[in-house]
Design a protein around this ligand. Structure first.
Ligand code: NAD
Length: 352
């Protein structure tokens, strides 16, 4: 008899040791984890960050301290500075660039639209300008699931039309994809956009719901539950996402867009119940309507990333939230890391 075996999935791509990667937004949540992963696999890393005050600068400084201790070079500077970028690329003979720097968060874009245009559009163009003169250095950059807008056709596939961004944040990420496309078409730059889906984990962002919920529940404070908990999100654990970013760097495709999600979608209510179990404390929930700029569902089709990158997320929210809460309760966490600035003063504006 003939035995037919399903063809094994390709292993996730990795970068060659000796590669030299510039990570922008290296003191940010995803950038920090990416720097750590690259460094521990023998890749030389230079991190750039301007330590913007959107959320706790103490948290960004703590990430920086960790990186410096490992031997990762962290440069304080602005991605809008094309001259600085060009110098870093030349001096360190950079072979790949991963751009994680941005003004993130959907809700903040309602009150601070210009911050998004500057960081996500202007500074992104500055980076592309620097790359235009450094022939052959491929770019992998952060896009977002928000580009799908209030898309109701799920799961979201890279080939879906993205005509209806729901927030200024989403509009700037969509603009990045269009701008990257132009630099590829005109100058042959290698550009890969990664659409991340609600990334969470240790050393995460205090403006995001999982972090502020943990903090508030632990202190017996009420949490605001948008859309009465019916919103669905494809929550992706940080280590899974970082594996996908490294694989995209290794592929260095001429031009690509990948969804890097978890390929599961959970209601906010379920997510909160897992968190309550993990914390051993019930949440005091205030139910509210959906917030302006939010979308009812995100759900990633990840077949493309599976095929081309060997991307295979493996962390369930039970495991991922357990690890987050472990970090939150450890000596690595300081209460000041939970600070998000005046714009969040009414405590009801966490980003999903
Ligand atoms: P983050 O805010 O923790 O990290 C961004 C970092 O970029 C910050 O440390 C900030 O100081 C830095 N930065 C901002 N503007 C800069 C500039 N002009 N020059 C230099 N540094 C600058 O956010 P994150 O969650 O790590 O997100 C990383 C990327 O992924 C962002 O582009 C974000 O839009 C995107 N993204 C994140 C998620 C998520 O769930 N975390 C989801 C979708 C997309």
């Amino acid at each position: 008899a003939v035995l037919t075996l399903a063809s094994p999935r390709p292993p996730q791509l990795t970068l060659r040791p000796g590669s030299r990667v510039l990570v922008t937004g290296g003191a940010g949540f995803i950038g920090f984890h990416l720097c750590r992963r690259l460094h521990s696999s023998g890749v030389r890393v230079v991190a750039l960050d301007n330590f913007d005050p959107y959320y706790s600068q103490a948290l960004k400084r703590a990430r920086e301290a960790r990186l410096s201790k490992m031997g990762v070079r962290v440069v304080e500077g602005d991605m809008c500075d094309t001259g600085l970028l060009t110098r870093l690329i030349m001096e360190h003979r950079i072979t790949h660039v991963a751009s994680m720097a941005a003004q993130a968060g959907v809700r903040y874009s309602l009150s601070h639209p210009q911050a998004y245009v500057r960081a996500n559009v202007e500074c992104f163009v500055s980076l592309l300008e620097a790359l235009r003169t450094s022939t052959g250095v491929p770019l992998v950059y952060a896009s977002s699931s928000s580009v799908y807008g209030a898309n109701t056709k799920i799961p979201f596939s890279e080939s879906d039309r993205i005509d209806n961004p729901s927030s200024l944040y989403a509009a700037t990420k969509k603009a990045d994809e269009a701008i990257a496309h132009v630099y590829h078409s005109l100058y042959g730059l290698s550009v890969t956009g990664l659409r991340f889906f609600t990334v969470y984990g240790p050393w995460g962002r205090p403006d995001m719901a999982y972090f502020s919920f943990t903090h508030r529940i632990s202190h017996g404070r009420p949490i605001q539950v948008y859309a009465r908990g019916s919103m669905r999100r494809d929550f992706t654990y940080i280590d899974d996402v970082v594996g996908g970013i490294v694989a995209a760097l290794a592929l260095g495709a001429p031009e690509e867009i990948f969804n890097l999600g978890n390929h599961r979608t959970e209601t906010l209510s379920h997510f909160i119940s897992v968190l309550e179990r993990e914390l051993g404390q019930p949440a005091n929930k205030t139910m509210t309507a959906m917030a302006l700029g939010d979308v009812p569902v995100t759900y990633a089709d990840i077949d493309h990333a599976r095929d081309k990158l060997g991307y295979e997320p493996s962390t369930t929210i039970d495991v991922g939230l357990h690890r987050f809460v472990q970090w939150y309760r450890s000596d690595d966490f300081l209460p000041e890391y939970a600070e998000v600035g005046d714009w969040n003063a009414d405590s009801a504006k966490e980003s999903l």
